[in-house]
Write a protein that binds this ligand. Structure first.
Ligand SMILES: NC(=O)c1ccc[n+]([C@@H]2O[C@H](COP(=O)([O-])OP(=O)(O)OC[C@H]3O[C@@H](n4cnc5c(N)ncnc54)[C@H](O)[C@@H]3O)[C@@H](O)[C@H]2O)c1
Length: 387
C-alpha cells in the first residue's frame, strides 16, 4: 500500500489512475509520494518516507530539486501534457494578429444604444479588415512538444511552414509533417517568414534570442508570436520595431510593464495552458509517472535524475541506488553483492549531470544488511528496494 498526498488540487481524472494499492493522506509527513502544482515546497520539511514528487505541469521552480536529489527523492514533471492547449492559443494568436478581430468586437460593444448597428457595422468593418493565414509563411523556432503541433496544424491550415531546431529529438522528427521545411539556421526563418512563433525553453543561450539584430533580418510587416517566455524576446527592441512599422504585431502570453498597452501588441494573460484538458492531461501523466516509479522503480520525465526503465519488476528482488555520478561506484556496489555471494540478474546505470541511478534485478531477495551496506557507501543518497 502506498500513501500519496496532494499539495494542491489535482484533477480527479488523474487521481482515478491510482488503484486500490494507493491511499490519500492529508499530511505530507505521512506520504510516500506527493503531487503538486504551484505550492511552494522550498521551506517544507520533506519526510524520510517521501520517495517521489510529481509536478502536474512543466515548471519546477517551486520544488527544491537539489535537496530532493540528495535525499534520493525523484522529482517528475509532465512535459508536453499541455502542448495542445498552447498550440490552439498559437493558432488563435495568428488569427488575432492577422485580422483586427478584437478591435471589431470592442467597437460593437460600444454600440449598445445604436438602433442602426447592422447598417453601421457594414460601413465600419473596413477598419478591421485583415489577411488570411492560409498561404502565408510561418516560421516555428523550437520543434518540441508545442512547436511540432503548431507546425503540423499550420500545414493543415494551408500555411507554408519553416521549422528550426538544431537539437530536434528523433521522436519529434518522426512526428513532424513532411511538408515542414526543416531549416538549418534561424536566419532562414527571419529572411522568409510572414509569421514567426517561438517555442524554446528559457536558457542562458536562448535569453533575448529575438533581439534587434534578429528583427533587422526579418521581412517587413512580420507578426511575432511569443507564447513561450517573455525573456526570450528583447521586448524593448520589439516595441521600437512596431513603432517604425518593421513589425506588424507582437502577441505575447506574458503581461509586463514593457508591453501592456503598447500599440501593435496583443497581450494575453498567460492562458497558454489554462484549459481543463491541459490540467487533466498533466494530472494523468503525473500519476502514471508516480505509479510506475512506486511499483517498478522506473523513471520517466524526472528533472533531477536520469530516465531509467527495466520494465515491470517481475524478479525476486530489484533495488534502485541513487548516487553521485562518480567513478568506481558500480565497483563498490558489485563488491557488496559479490561478498554476499549474490548474483546480479540484470543491471542498468544512467547519469544526469551530478546525479546517477543504478537499477539492479536479482533472482533472490536482498537482505536488510546488504541494503544498509550499500547505504553506507560514500556518495550514495538512497537505496530503495522494490518488494
Ligand atoms: N504559455 C504557456 O502557458 C506555456 C505552457 C507550456 C510551455 N510554455 C513554454 O513553451 C516552451 C516550449 O515548450 P515545449 O513543451 O514545446 O518544450 P520542449 O522541451 O518539448 O521543446 C523545446 C524545443 O526547443 C528546442 N530548442 C532549444 N534551444 C533551441 C534554440 N536555441 N533554437 C531552436 N530550438 C531550440 C529544443 O531542442 C526542443 O525541441 C517551454 O519552455 C515553456 O517556456 C508556455
Amino acid at each position: 500500500m502506498f500513501k500519496y498526498n496532494c499539495l494542491n488540487n489535482i484533477a480527479k481524472v488523474g487521481l482515478d489512475h491510482f488503484d486500490k494499492n494507493y491511499v490519500a493522506v492529508d499530511d505530507l509527513k505521512d506520504a510516500d509520494c506527493c503531487l503538486v502544482r504551484s505550492a511552494a515546497m522550498h521551506d517544507l520539511d520533506l519526510p524520510d518516507s517521501l520517495l517521489a514528487i510529481a509536478r502536474a505541469g512543466a515548471g519546477v521552480n517551486n520544488i527544491p530539486l537539489d535537496k530532493c536529489a540528495e535525499k534520493g527523492i525523484v522529482v517528475f514533471n509532465t512535459p508536453g501534457a499541455n502542448a495542445n492547449g498552447v498550440k490552439e492559443l498559437v493558432i488563435a494568436a495568428m488569427l488575432l494578429a492577422s485580422r483586427d478581430i478584437v478591435g471589431g468586437i470592442d467597437w460593437v460593444s460600444t454600440q449598445t444604444d445604436n438602433e442602426n448597428i447592422a447598417k453601421d457595422a457594414e460601413k465600419q468593418k473596413k477598419l478591421y479588415a485583415g489577411h488570411e493565414i492560409s498561404g502565408k509563411k510561418l516560421g516555428v523556432i523550437g520543434l518540441g512538444a508545442i512547436g511540432i503541433k503548431v507546425a503540423n496544424t499550420a500545414v493543415n491550415l494551408g500555411m507554408e511552414v519553416y521549422g528550426y531546431d538544431p537539437y530536434i529529438s528523433v521522436d519529434a522528427a518522426w512526428n513532424l509533417s513532411r511538408a515542414v521545411r526543416h531549416v538549418k539556421t534561424a536566419e532562414e526563418i527571419y529572411a522568409n517568414c510572414d509569421i514567426i512563433t517561438i517555442h524554446v525553453p528559457l536558457l542562458d543561450s536562448t535569453k533575448k534570442m529575438i533581439n534587434s539584430d534578429a528583427i533587422k533580418l526579418m521581412k517587413n510587416d512580420v507578426i511575432l508570436i511569443n507564447l513561450a517566455r517573455d525573456q526570450l524576446v528583447d521586448e524593448e527592441a520589439v516595441i521600437s520595431a512596431l513603432k517604425i512599422g518593421k513589425l506588424k504585431k507582437y502577441v505575447s502570453d506574458f503581461p509586463n510593464p514593457t508591453t501592456v498597452g503598447q500599440e501593435g501588441v496583443i497581450v494575453i494573460p498567460h492562458l497558454g495552458a489554462s484549459t481543463e484538458e491541459s490540467e487533466d492531461n498533466c494530472a494523468v501523466m503525473a500519476v502514471q509517472e508516480l505509479t510506475d516509479y512506486m511499483e517498478n522503480g522506473n523513471i520517466k520525465n524526472s528533472v533531477n535524475f536520469p530516465a531509467i526503465n527495466m520494465g515491470v519488476c517481475d524478479k525476486a528482488g530489484r533495488i534502485i541506488i541513487f548516487h553521485r555520478n562518480k567513478a568506481n561506484m558500480i565497483t563498490k556496489f558489485s563488491a557488496c553483492f559479490g561478498n554476499a555471494g549474490i548474483n546480479i540478474s540484470e543491471m542498468n546505470n544512467k547519469s544526469r549531470g551530478d546525479n546517477a541511478v543504478t537499477m539492479i534485478d536479482f533472482d533472490s531477495e536482498i537482505s536488510e544488511d546488504i541494503i544498509s551496506g550499500l547505504e553506507q557507501i560514500e556518495d550514495v543518497f538512497r537505496v530503495r528496494q522494490i518488494v
